[in-house]
Structures are given as structure tokens and as C-alpha cells.
Design a protein around this ligand. Structure first.
Ligand code: NAP
Length: 256
């Protein structure tokens, strides 16, 4: 049990296909206690039902664009646990019209929304989590990114730019929080069919291209992201911070 005695707050479970859910199950399998947050009433029923399958799991509403809601979510964790050891940031959003066609057409507001939800929220989350992580003598913060931050992926557009900012934030946060024994890392996942992914134009053909080209000749499974998150949350990765680990069947090493 790599995470026995650890408390984890996970943001971004929408349904059973969510990468956040794969991470939650993997954490629970390794003995962690969980608090799952959900954005609002629309997802409440789904998340409560999923949480019910992992005994002892707490739930709490939280829109990550609202500092007061972030504070309330971590206050809920504090009241129940006193502190927390692991934070998993698995949220992203961009307006649908900004996830197809030409990037140059991205509106000022669309750019702001993508950055605020998908990138800035990690920094705000770390700030809100800090006292709880310090109360436990340190911890591990994990976020999810995609290779569209490093190279151009058609239609990923404004989200690629937000993910680039997210990965830069991982490095700056790792430096700020390292002296407090808090590690901050990202998992760059290959494509997985989830609710958010379905909003990216041409996503299904991306899955086909990966299958033909990647070194492992198969798409990844959400559970593989969960297992890597366990590694990053556990003492096995105690020497790693500020890192972006690719879980993409090796796609990122290809030149053509
Ligand atoms: P998902 O199941 O749709 O999860 C995205 C989550 O973000 C949803 O729960 C969504 O809630 C939440 N969210 C959006 N805006 C929010 C806000 N303001 N406050 C709180 N929560 C908010 O899709 P996913 O693919 O698992 O995405 C999880 C993470 O993995 C994202 O960062 C994504 O970019 C990343 N990722 C995904 C892939 C992939 O191929 N699927 C690959 C690499 C990285 P609502 O449904 O209410 O908006």
C-alpha cells in the first residue's frame, strides 16, 4: 500500500471516464483517503454515485475559478483530516469555438477563460492547499497536461497555449514549494476519450493516428495515468519535482 495513511484531494471527476476518476481509483487501491470535488450541481449526482463505490470518500463542490470555493474545499479537508498529502489537479476548459479551426481567431475572452480554468487554477489551488500540506510536513501536487503544449496539434489551439503556461507554472511552483517538501509535477497524457476530449474537433482521428504511429502501437489507458499519479504521489518519486512525465505510449519521442 504505497499511499496508506495519505489524504488526497482530487479535482475534476465528471464521470467514470474522467482521468481524475482513474487517478482516484488508483489512489484508493493504494490505501489513500479521498476528497472528490465537483464543479456544481450538474455533476453532483454523478460524483456522489462514484464516490459511493470507494468507502469513506468525501465530496465537496468547488469551481476552481473561485478562490472562496477553493478555500472552502480545503477547509472541508482540514475539518475531516487536519491536513492533506496529495492534491490532484485534473481540470481544464476552453470554449468549444476555440477548439477548432485557426488559432489566430482566438478571442481575448476565450484566451482568458482557457488560461484561468486550465492554468491559473493550479497556482490558486496550491496556495489554498499550502497550510494543509505544511501540516503534514510536505506533499505532492500533480496536474495533467498534453503534448499540444510543446508542439502544434490541430484544433488543440488555445488549450495548447494554456497547457504550456500550466507546465511553466509546475516549474515555478516546484521552486517555491520545494523548501517546504512539497513536490509539483505534471503527467502529459496521451489522448483518452473523455467528456472534455470529445469537445476537441477531430479527436477520434487523433486516436487512430496514435495507434498507428506510437512506439507501443496502442493508445494509453486511463488506468496508466492513475498508476503514474500513484508513483508521483508516493515516496517512490521523492527525488522528483518540477517534472513533466509523458504517459503517451512514447509519442513524444517521434520526429515525424
Ligand atoms: P473530463 O472528465 O471532462 O474532466 C475535466 C474536468 O474539469 C471536469 O470534471 C470538468 O467539470 C472540470 N472543470 C472544468 N472547469 C472547471 C471549473 N471551473 N471548476 C472545477 N472543475 C472544472 O476530461 P479529462 O480528459 O479527464 O480531463 C482531465 C484533465 O486531463 C484535463 O486537464 C485535461 O486537459 C487533461 N488531459 C486529458 C487528455 C485526454 O485525452 N482526455 C490528455 C491529456 C491531458 P465540468 O464537466 O463541470 O466542466
Amino acid at each position: 500500500m504505497l499511499l496508506s495513511g495519505k489524504n488526497a484531494v482530487v479535482f475534476g471527476v465528471a464521470n467514470k471516464r474522467s482521468l481524475a476518476w482513474a487517478i482516484s481509483k488508483a489512489f484508493a487501491d493504494q490505501g489513500a483517503k479521498l476528497l472528490l470535488t465537483y464543479q456544481g450541481d450538474r455533476l453532483k449526482e454523478n460524483v456522489l454515485e462514484l464516490a459511493g463505490t470507494l468507502p469513506g470518500t468525501l465530496t465537496f463542490p468547488c469551481d476552481v475559478t473561485d478562490d472562496a470555493q477553493l478555500a472552502a474545499a480545503f477547509d472541508h479537508a482540514k475539518q475531516n483530516w487536519g491536513g492533506c498529502d496529495i492534491v490532484a489537479h485534473c481540470v481544464a476548459y476552453a470554449n468549444r469555438e476555440d477548439l477548432s479551426g485557426d488559432f489566430v481567431k482566438t478571442s481575448r475572452d476565450g484566451y482568458r477563460v482557457a488560461q484561468e480554468v486550465s492554468s491559473y487554477s493550479l497556482t490558486a489551488m496550491c496556495r489554498a492547499a499550502l497550510p494543509l500540506l505544511e501540516a503534514r510536513g510536505g506533499g505532492s501536487v500533480i496536474t495533467l497536461t498534453y503534448m499540444g503544449s510543446e508542439r502544434v496539434v490541430p484544433n488543440y489551439n488555445v488549450m495548447g497555449v494554456a497547457k504550456a503556461a500550466l507546465e511553466a507554472s509546475v516549474r515555478y511552483l516546484a521552486v517555491d514549494l520545494g523548501p517546504k517538501n512539497i513536490r509539483v509535477n505534471a503527467i502529459s497524457a496521451g489522448p483518452v476519450k473523455t467528456l472534455s476530449a470529445a469537445g476537441i474537433s477531430g479527436f477520434s482521428s487523433l486516436l487512430e493516428v496514435y495507434e498507428q504511429k506510437v512506439p507501443l502501437r496502442r493508445n494509453i489507458e486511463a488506468a496508466e495515468v492513475g498508476d503514474t499519479a500513484v508513483f508521483l504521489a508516493s515516496p517512490l518519486s521523492r527525488g522528483i519535482t518540477g517534472e513533466v512525465i509523458h504517459v503517451d505510449s512514447g509519442y513524444h519521442v517521434l520526429g515525424v
